[in-house]
Design a protein. Structure first.
Length: 108
């Protein structure tokens, strides 16, 4: 039995998995091309969007600090949003491009 999009097959105890992996692009380029396109667009748009959120939260925090009108607990929400944007930035800027590279350049 073959699992979709992975190229892995169910093995008995006597079969070896070494040398059996093939990239999705080499096996089925019709499926791989849209997958790479969507993941690439998501990586670019996500990276840009997360950078915008981080800079907006940072500069808004600095501006509100200058005016001393920050309500109690307001900084916690901004820190939470910035933390979410930072973790998503790591995914969109690092993990997604590595997933594309792994999809395209897996050893045959």
């Amino acid at each position: 039995m073959e699992f979709p999009l992975t190229g892995l097959t169910e093995m008995n105890g006597s079969e070896a998995a070494v040398g059996q992996s093939r990239s999705l692009y080499s096996r089925n380029p019709v499926v791989a091309a849209p997958y790479v396109a969507v993941l690439g667009v998501a990586a670019v748009v996500g990276t840009f969007g997360n950078l915008v959120v981080i800079t907006t939260v940072t500069f808004k925090h600095l501006r509100s600090r200058r005016h001393h009108r920050q309500r109690t607990g307001d900084g916690v929400g901004k820190a939470f949003i910035a933390n979410l944007a930072l973790s998503d930035l790591i995914v969109t800027a690092v993990i997604n491009p590595l997933a594309i590279a792994g999809l395209l350049f897996t050893a045959n």
